[in-house]
Structures are given as C-alpha cells and as structure tokens.
Design a protein around this ligand. Structure first.
Ligand code: ZN
Length: 482
C-alpha cells in the first residue's frame, strides 16, 4: 500500500514578485516531493498565494489597480517562476478563490464557533500595517516603532472576533515535545517550546469590514472579514477538499509543511490550536528553513545586493539554454543549508555553476558518452538500483543539501576514475578491457542521473536518454559562462 502524503510550501504573500527565498523554498519542497514519488509514495504537493489583507488592498490602491487584478498579476509572476524552475505542484492554492477556498475557510470558521473557541471582544491595541499584525509593547523598539518597518503602529480600537488560543498551550506543548508534531531542526523545536513555556495569548481572528474589505466574509456576520489565521492557514486543508465531502483526511494526517523561520509561531502554535479545536489531526512535521543573505548582509535595494531569481535565470539562459532553471535549482539546493541561514552572491552562484555543472556533471556526461558513442555499439537500460544508504538517510532527515552533496561526491569519484583508468587510451591497446570499463562508467553515470532526479529532473532525464540511446550531447549540457 502506498502512503498518502501531503507536502506544502507556505503560501506566498501576494504583494510583490517572488524573491530568491521563495525560489529556495519552492525547489526544496519540490525536491522532497520528487524523492517521495521515486520511492513510490502517493504524494500531493501544493503551493500558492496568500492574497488578502490590508497591505495588499493598500498597495493595489496606490498603483490604481483593482485588487483582484493586482493579485492576479503577482500570482502570474509566481506561476512563471514555478514553471521556469520545474516546480511540479499538483495544486496551486489562491486564497482569493471564491469557490473552493472560501467554502473551506468558512466551514473551518463555523467548526471553531461550534467548538466554543471564538468570541467577540472589544479590542484596543497597536497595529502595524506593514506587518499586518497587532503589536505588544515588547515587540516595539525604544522609540515605540515597529522594528521591521520603523514606523509607529497605529492605535486601533475595534470589535473583533477572538480565537481562544491560550487554552491550547499545554496540548500543543505535549504534541511537539513528544514529536507527534515533529519540528526540524531541533533548534527551532527548542525555540517554539520556549515560547509555549511562556504561554500563548488569545489572538484577534477578524477585522471590521469597514477597515478591511478585501478578505473572506465571516459567516453569519457581514460586518467582519477573517484575519489572516483562518483565511490563510486554512489553505492547507481547503486545497484537499475541506468543507466538502471529498476532504482527504487520511492524506491530511500525513502532512509535511515547509516554511521559513519567520512564520514558525503561526505554524507550530496558532495552526495546531485551530486544528485541535476543530477536531482535525495535526500535520506530521514542519521543516523550518533559514533566510538567504548576500555578502553577509540582508538583501536590500539600498545596498544593491538583491538577488532576483528571474535575473539569475536570464543569466543562465545563454550557457544552459533549457537547463537554466536546473542551474538555479542546483545552486540553491547545493549552496544553501536545508535548515540554517545561507549566503549567496553573484560570485558564489557563478563559481558553483562552473565547478559543479559546467566542469562537473556536464563535462562528465560529455566525456563518458563520447567514449561510449565512439567505442560501443548500443545503449543500455540499467537495472533498478537500491538507493545508497547515505543518500536515503539524508532525505529521511529532510536534509536535501546533504543528499545532493552525496551525489556531487559520486560525480567527483567517477571523474577521478576516468583519470586513473584512462579507458580512451586503454581501448587502443586492449579493446575488450577498455570497452568493459566504458560500459561500467556508463552504468555509473546512469545511476548518478537517477540520484539527481529529485534535484535537477530535466538534466537527469537527458543523461538517462543518452545512456539508453548510446548518444552524446551535441553541445555541452552546461556551457561555460562568458
Ligand atoms: Zn511592521
């Protein structure tokens, strides 16, 4: 029996085009999804957009665009990036989808009302529009400003629905400390446990429609729209039919969330509480990645160190052609740690491309297939292999970087074997022995292509087809950078 599995990225906020951190999260999730597919699991992989809220409403207004049009435009840039990076999702959620998503989010809201966990309260607090978040005094800097936006939050006095998050603190603590909901890496588990030890506060769960109109209407109260929690987090279940009789609870119970470290509290405290309150199982695991800096600094327009994924793709278009997306996939997965912050600059991007793709995988393929096409008469279809233990173990701990490093090591070893055995010379003095070594190398190359499949699927397929057809690439897979 195949295991049913759901893999999710966070849904990206639809106020701007995707940045390099999005690209990293998408290819990480896609690689894990592809690995599970290889091992025979029944994987459903979702990604998408979080498209509501005051910030988007304002940005659309500033650019004189109807809100729906504004989010459609940003959604398109994410869909394009996914396509260029071969991100093979099964469903792309959009929270502005009035049918599937509204239906499920409203069903979840009603479930929470029925459970007695939502109530209306008068509320006076500080609110940062930039963060779209209510702030406590401890969240602000010494000038009383939001430390992220350096603006004073506005005082908001309104009547909202509240979700009684505080009463779930102990249950969530139990689930996370026992690893029933497993947080990767351990340092992030420690972080959320410390937060739970301090106790959770109830959270505002709606906004008055008079202030924010761009949102999902609260059921049975046309003066309020949902705040981000029920609106956005619910995407993970509405995507697989929550609110209809098609909801796949078995799949839901085996979910892997892949998120950035800045939204750990949402996913490891608020979301589990909502699920417990509505009687749903919790996800199995949350994989938390870090941020990408450039030259040791946060990327910013002022510093001029912003790495735009679309620009990097453009740079690889001429040397790598159709494989430009594969180049960016490889670099992100090989250079950025799976669970910690990483650093990338244009120089390290180029160096990684040259060392591992132009000189590494690309050159290895050309050398072996040239010998094969010259000296052997037909291609082969090698037998299935058992995945190497170290590779499998790395994937089982969701360390995609370590798994890819294993493959890179295999590439180097095979390259070294060509140098030491020199079959292109040997075949002239001992034809049979020379051919045997070329055959052996071809099988090894094929097996490397198999291991590369989750990371750079198009490259993997190409290499496999050369081995099967006994042909060589007409031009290098990855040409040198100009
Ligand atoms: Zn802020």
């Amino acid at each position: 029996m195949k295991d049913k599995h759901l893999i999710t990225t966070a849904i990206a906020y639809g106020n701007a085009a995707p940045h390099i951190g999005h690209a990293f999260e998408f290819v990480t999730a896609d690689t894990i999804s592809r690995f599970y597919k290889i091992t025979g699991e029944d994987v459903y992989f979702i990604t998408g957009m979080d498209e509501h809220g005051q910030k988007i409403e304002q940005k659309a207004k500033e650019s004189n665009t109807p809100v729906q049009e504004f989010v459609d435009m940003n959604a398109k840039s994410f869909l394009d990036l996914d396509k260029n990076l071969s991100v093979d999702y099964d469903f792309f959620v959009r929270t502005s989808d009035k049918e599937k998503h509204y239906l499920g989010a409203q069903a979840l809201w009603k479930k929470l009302v029925d459970a007695g966990t939502i109530e209306k309260r008068k509320y006076k607090a500080l609110y940062c529009i930039g963060c779209e978040e209510f702030k406590r005094d401890v969240d602000l800097n010494e000038k009383g400003e939001c430390p992220l936006h350096l603006t004073k939050p506005e005082i908001v006095e309104e009547e909202n629905y509240f979700f009684k998050l505080s009463q779930y603190t102990n249950q969530i603590k139990e689930k996370i400390s026992s690893d029933e909901l497993k947080i990767y890496p351990q340092s992030r588990k420690n972080e959320i446990m410390a937060l739970l030890d301090r106790g959770l506060e109830d959270v505002s769960f709606s906004r008055p429609k008079s202030k924010v109109s761009w949102g999902i209407p609260v059921p049975d109260d046309d003066t309020q729209v949902m705040y981000v929690w029920c609106d956005a987090l619910s995407n993970y279940i509405t995507a697989i039919g929550y609110g209809t009789d098609k909801f796949d609870e078995e799949r839901w119970a085996n979910t892997t969330h892949i998120i950035g470290k800045d939204i750990l509290r949402f996913h490891a405290a608020i979301w589990p509480a909502m699920l417990i309150a509505s009687g749903l199982p919790l996800p199995k695991r949350i994989l938390v990645h870090g941020f990408i800096t450039s030259g040791g600094q946060k990327m910013s327009k002022t510093l001029g160190n912003v790495l735009d994924p679309q620009e990097i793709l453009k740079m690889f278009e001429s040397p790598a052609g159709e494989l430009a997306g594969e180049a960016l996939r490889f670099i992100l997965l090989h250079e950025i740690p799976s669970f910690e912050d990483g650093d990338l600059t244009m120089d390290t991007i180029k160096a990684s491309y040259t060392a591992h793709l132009a000189n590494g995988i690309g050159n290895l393929t050309s050398r072996i297939m040239k010998m094969s096409a010259t000296h052997l008469s037909e291609g082969i279809r090698p037998d299935e292999i058992v995945l190497p233990t170290d590779y499998k173990k790395a994937f089982e701990s969701y360390d995609t970087k370590r798994a890819l490093e294993f493959v890179v090591k295999e590439v180097k070893e095979l390259d070294g074997y060509i140098q030491s055995s020199e079959p292109f010379k040997l075949v002239k003095v001992d034809e049979e022995k020379g051919k045997e070594i070329i055959k052996e190398m071809r099988i090894k190359l094929y097996n490397i292509a198999r291991l590369l499949q989750p990371f750079i699927p198009k490259t993997s397929d190409l290499i496999k087809s050369y081995v099967k057809d006994n042909s060589m690439p007409e031009k290098p897979l990855f040409n040198r950078l100009a």
